[in-house]
Design a protein around this ligand. Structure first.
Ligand code: KG4
Ligand code: ZN
Length: 331
């Protein structure tokens, strides 16, 4: 079975994974930089690229060691080329090119959003087209119709903040730390999602999203509450905010799934780790909703290697002039 090494350095995780036949995970190693960026409340691009340089080789070695493989046993190299931070992406791309050249292996550049989608091929034996993907992460919120391997039709996207970005910004506002998604989810467990009536931007007639108005509404609400009392009702605020984001994501996904008559819905990206989103999506969308385990929702190289296998099988190859494309689109 063809064994692919996947590399991912698009943001603040240095990741390498070995996947056989596009489906069987032999190893999955992620070096997170969360602690480095936490004090800035978000990713500091210059520090991210420096840390990738430190981590990339040990992470690759660990991925091979966990897979109990030598470099010479690999059959191909796949790497994220974008979208992402330029200085971070080039670390992975250069490492991949070096390996492909030294080992004389086929090389394939992968879109980061495609990698999020393909993590599911390692989890579920039967994935049926056409399917609808909701990709919700720190950098993206996209609804994409997928008609076949590598065939994408974008239906909508965020016009301002990504869903995960909204979680991160509101968490910072509430003093809950970084990354915001898990912090808000935890706080929301003790709160009432109906405590505050926060706005939902429906943008009716489109599959686009907007979360910046919601973020601003939380800001004004927090200011008003701070004038009234010394102590903020953090749990109620977190629960009300989370409910507003989840409502919009679920309703739009449900509408798009019906309109396009898809067989399945794939929920991927960091925000797909959110328990409320997973529950409500499964309950309200009438067709099967698939999502990866939480550790494969956030950035990893498993999906890079899986997507790489499918593209290499289809005869695609990237040249050694492969470059990072920070604003790469999924088309
Ligand atoms: O996919 P990812 O690791 O990186 C990007 O490609 O952006 O997504 C990270 C984002 C962060 O904004 C983080 O706050 C969010 O995913 N996230 C969550 C949860 N876990 C991570 N958002 C909501 N609920 C969660 N449990
Ligand atoms: Zn991502």
């Amino acid at each position: 079975m063809t064994t692919i090494l996947g590399l991912e350095t698009s943001c603040d995780e240095t990741a390498a994974a070995v996947v056989a036949g596009g489906r069987r995970i032999l190893s999955n190693v992620v070096a997170s930089q969360v602690e480095i960026h936490a004090r800035y409340g978000g990713v500091f691009p210059e520090l991210a690229s420096r840390q990738h340089i430190r981590d990339i080789l040990p992470v690759i070695e660990e991925a091979l060691s966990q897979a109990m493989m030598e470099l010479g046993q690999l059959d191909g190299i796949a790497v994220t080329i974008g979208p992402g931070l330029a200085g971070s992406l080039v670390v992975g791309v250069n490492a991949a090119k070096g390996l492909a050249l030294a080992l004389n292996l086929p090389l394939i550049g992968i879109n980061h959003l495609e990698a999020h989608i393909y993590t599911l091929w390692t989890q579920t034996p039967e994935i049926e087209f056409p399917l609808l993907c909701l990709i919700a992460s720190g950098g993206h919120t996209n609804l994409v119709l997928m008609t076949d391997h590598g065939q994408y039709e974008p239906l909508g996207q965020t016009l301002d903040d990504a869903a995960g970005e909204a979680f991160d910004k509101v968490a910072r506002l509430l003093g809950l730390g970084y990354p915001g998604g898990p912090a808000i989810q935890e706080k929301a467990e003790e709160g009432d999602p109906k405590a505050f009536d926060l706005p939902r931007a429906w943008l009716s007639g489109t599959y686009n999203f907007s979360f910046s108005g919601l973020k601003t509404a939380v800001l004004y609400l927090v200011r008003r509450l701070e004038e009234e009392s010394n102590e903020l009702p953090l749990a109620d605020l977190a629960a009300s905010f989370q409910a507003a984001v989840v409502d919009v994501l679920v309703k739009k996904t449900r509408l798009a799934a019906h309109e396009h008559g898809v067989k399945q819905v794939l929920l991927v990206g960091g925000v797909a780790a959110n328990t409320l989103l997973r529950q409500k999506m499964s309950r309200r969308v009438e067709i099967p909703v698939l999502y990866p385990p939480p550790e494969l929702c956030t950035d990893n190289a498993v999906g890079v290697a899986a997507a790489g296998w499918f593209r290499l099988e289809a005869g695609e190859r990237s040249g050694l002039d492969l470059d990072a494309v920070p604003s790469l689109r999924l088309t």
